[in-house]
Design a protein around this ligand. Sequence first.
Ligand SMILES: Cc1cc2nc3c(=O)[nH]c(=O)nc-3n(C[C@H](O)[C@H](O)[C@H](O)COP(=O)(O)OP(=O)(O)OC[C@H]3O[C@@H](n4cnc5c(N)ncnc54)[C@H](O)[C@@H]3O)c2cc1C
Length: 375
Amino acid sequence: MTFDIAVIGAGIVGAACAESFSSEGLQVVIIDAAPAVATGTTAAGMGHIVVMDDSDAQFALTEYSRRLWNELAPELPGSGEYEFCGTIWVAADDEEMAEVHRKQAFYEKRGVRCEILDEKSLREAEPNLREGLAGGLLVNNDSVVYQPCATKFLIDKAVSNGAKLRLGKKVKIVSDDGVNLEDGEIIAAKKIINAAGIGSSLLDGGLNVVKRKGHLVITDRYPCFVSHQLVELGYLKSAHGSHEDSVAFNVQPRITGQILLGSSRQFGVDDSRIDHRILGRMIKRAFEYMPGLRELSAVRSWTGFRPATPDNLPYIGLCPNFENVYLAAGHEGLGITTSLGTAQILTDLILGRPPKIDCGPFSPFRIKSKPTAGS
Ligand SMILES: Cc1cc2nc3c(=O)[nH]c(=O)nc-3n(C[C@H](O)[C@H](O)[C@H](O)COP(=O)(O)OP(=O)(O)OC[C@H]3O[C@@H](n4cnc5c(N)ncnc54)[C@H](O)[C@@H]3O)c2cc1C
């Protein structure tokens, strides 16, 4: 048979696409090389659903996606661990406090609820932060999700809508007529969505999606030690720098009482093993902000590779040089957040409806029109 849509990748982005297309009554097949869903970068992420303001385009996509997550939240099973904990962007000094005011004005102007915390109210909100921090910005409606279960939920929903799930099937070639699998099978489809994460470039030589390694640590259960997702304001410097290894204070409370501790960023590293030098730097940074973390036990640490693009925006839309192949790739450190918006944009584009946000900045055609890093 010829499917309406073949989705390559059963991570959070492919799962969201499969759910969205199948809800429209389209015949969907989801193909993944791994033997289970959500085994790639999705399994390694933090699950912070966050509105970002580093560019107007990123703001539009993250805000739109957060709204879609908040609408989906009541449907998610308990295992999805969806929680409206909010984000506090922590300011260490007066200079960062000025950034808090800028950020607050940006959000307020665009209807995102947030409040400025001074030193005292920051300490009241998070007593385990060290004394002497200048304050912060609380963004109320940000949330956290346990993304492997959310991915499974979306895939199950797609399957119950009639989608076919083909696991353990590696795609070798993508064409305008469908995909060729490594085992020789050909799957015919009218439209193909490349949601292969860090594998997306291998399916299109013109793509510049590269790996950006990250480390995370999870602690044992310490209920109420942290109540909000806490991120240092310097985080954006870390997220945007493209040459040096970087770390930033970023902690997340889980419903289980565990604390997830991040984050690091490294380019040009293929080795997935723990890098104790960078892990040490990351943990030291966390101790500087929350000295009490020193007393807690960590139970596991791991790494993952963010799928990064040269301009920090994902590729969402028709793929250059193809008529029927679309990209949903390169979501870097925001793919859990932006998965639902990505899926909705592609569904609207393919069904000939105007997307709800301007998707021009995400067009894969910018690959051809802008010089890319390294080229
Ligand atoms: C340390 C860390 C922390 C993060 N924290 C957050 C966070 O707090 N919030 C947030 O929004 N995002 C976060 N992210 C980013 C987020 O995890 C990713 O952007 C997102 O998971 C990417 O999803 P994906 O579906 O594109 O890729 P993946 O999850 O990697 O899925 C791609 C799938 O494609 C399959 N595939 C690849 N090639 C082929 C092929 N040739 N044939 C068949 N199948 C193929 C793979 O097996 C894989 O299952 C974090 C990432 C890391 C590493």
